[in-house]
Design a protein around this ligand. Structure first.
Ligand SMILES: [Zn+2]
Length: 173
């Protein structure tokens, strides 16, 4: 008789249910969850903080945090970008799950605008955020993509309200 071994707990699987890989629904779910977490960690660590020159930093240091972030985001925007989203991890959490802002409820279609730049104020907390730019058809730019420390001012926005999906739903026009 052929035996399989659970990829999660290493127990022999005599009846290949629910699959040949896992002994139980629990092991399959745990394993899926671990893979998701690995991807989340990998995504977060793959994005580097924005580096500015010392001269630029001196200018930036004299500005208030919100306009400063706006200026940096505007300067870094690739040509063709019409908006951007920012995403952060939950403060105090071990998890690497990122929630994205603004949500469609805050600002349809889930974008802070560029030209002129909308300041990233409607965010849940002061934290390190990933900044992603979008073009007019709602597609994200792969680069530039960087981390930036943002200080939110709107207290009614909770991290849990954010989107788990980076991509936006744009109704065809
Ligand atoms: Zn198992």
């Amino acid at each position: 008789m052929m035996y399989y071994y659970c990829e999660r707990c290493n127990r022999a699987i005599k009846k290949p249910y629910p699959s040949k890989k896992y002994c139980s629904v629990g092991c399959r779910e745990n394993s899926r969850q671990l893979r998701v977490e690995e991807q989340e960690i990998q995504f977060w660590n793959s994005i580097k903080p924005l580096v500015v020159t010392a001269d630029e930093q001196q200018v930036l240091d004299q500005m208030d945090p919100a306009p400063r972030a706006g200026l940096v985001i505007e300067r870094m925007a690739p040509s063709g970008a019409v908006g951007y989203r920012v995403g952060c991890r939950r403060i105090g959490s071990e998890a690497y799950t990122v929630h994205w802002f603004p949500t469609a409820r805050q600002r349809p279609p889930s974008l802070f605008k560029l030209n002129p730049v909308e300041l990233p104020l409607e965010i849940p907390c002061p934290a390190e955020y990933v900044v992603v730019y979008f073009d007019a058809s709602g597609r994200p730019f792969a680069t530039p993509c960087f981390k930036l420390f943002l200080r939110g001012r709107v207290i009614s926005v909770n991290w849990s309200d954010g989107d788990r999906r980076l991509l936006i739903h744009r109704s065809p026009s």
